[in-house]
Design a protein around this ligand. Structure first.
Ligand code: SF4
Length: 308
């Protein structure tokens, strides 16, 4: 994955090491070779039509573009992200998604992701939202993005208008890693999304030397609640080739999460999960309040995994 950073991220990189570490290519990426799995969540295996992944039956994921405003070096989709040719979608692809959704009325929730849907052209974004939300079987729309952090100007009038026209609730999951990402332009973008009627939540990944300590995450989650973004998930970093140097020891993560649970209001405390390597779901990790053996866990399908 090439290096790409927006002007906004570059301005944050100047004085914040935690931001540089997320976006700057490091030698460690190459030193790791191909250790890990390029598609740990088995998304390619569940791609039912180009750009649409149906893993869970009642939810479908639509990858609107492979581009992002800035590329995170720990990205779970780094096999695809930045592959602009392969990830380029157009209105014909959206038509195919809509047909698939018509044929599968059991799909109630559609998640637009990528890449970053806010990097897609306004016309395509608008078309996808309009066409998908016109289906009465679709009850919830979700959008996954890092644009309010990575390049807040991408939250523009036309996309906001498209969101405000959707009759279903639109839940927007924003990826945040560090409290210094809550800048004035980001707060403005968040406010505008709320103004368009979106319900906001956050997603975070535990990252070594970025946010693997109590104070950083406490400030991040408190800061998010204060701007109207509900902390939702914090993930254990997936073992992606080139990104394993970002992984934190499990026991350290559990210790931090236990301390956060003790100190934060329930509203500010996200659920700490492992994304199962076979793509079968997100399993909550028990905190230190329980005497538990965390060396293995069982996924939604009853399969046992050694904790990685
Ligand atoms: S914004 Fe999301 S999809 Fe894009 S590089 Fe970062 S983690 Fe990956």
């Amino acid at each position: 994955m090439q290096q790409k950073t927006s002007e906004h991220i570059e301005s944050l990189m100047v004085c914040e090491k935690a931001i540089r570490r997320q976006f700057e290519i490091s030698n460690k990426e190459f030193a790791e070779g191909s250790q890990g799995d390029f598609d740990p969540l088995l998304e390619e295996q569940h791609e039912v039509v180009p750009g649409m992944i149906n893993k869970y039956g009642n939810r479908a994921l639509c990858l609107l573009t492979a581009e992002c405003a800035s590329y995170c070096r720990f990205c779970t989709r780094r096999r695809l992200v930045s592959d602009i040719e392969r990830g380029r979608m157009d209105s014909d692809d959206v038509d195919v998604w809509v047909q698939y959704l018509r044929d599968h009325p059991e799909i109630r929730e559609v998640i637009f992701s990528g890449g970053d849907p806010f990097v897609a052209g306004d016309e395509l974004f608008e078309y996808a939202l309009t066409e998908v939300s016109a289906l009465s079987s679709v009850k919830v729309i979700r959008i996954g993005t890092r644009a309010p952090v990575a390049d807040p100007v991408l939250i523009n009038d036309r996309k906001l208008e498209a969101i405000s026209q959707v009759s279903q609730p639109v839940y927007i999951g924003i990826h945040f890693e560090h409290p210094s990402e809550i800048t004035r332009p980001t707060k403005r973008a968040v406010k505008r999304l709320i103004g368009a009627g979106a319900i906001l939540f956050s997603q975070t990944v535990f990252l070594k030397d970025v946010n693997d300590n109590f104070h950083t995450l406490r400030d991040l989650f408190n800061g998010l609640v204060e701007i109207g973004v509900r902390p939702y998930y914090i993930y254990r970093c997936d073992p992606i080739p080139g990104a394993t140097h970002f992984r934190v020891e499990l026991e350290k993560e559990r210790r931090i999460m236990t301390q956060l649970r003790r100190n934060l209001s329930g509203l500010a405390c996200p659920t700490y999960v492992i994304d199962v390597p076979n793509g079968s779901g997100k399993i909550p990790v028990p905190l230190e309040f329980w005497d538990t053996d965390t060396s293995s866990y069982t996924d939604f399908e009853g399969q046992k995994h050694e904790t990685q």
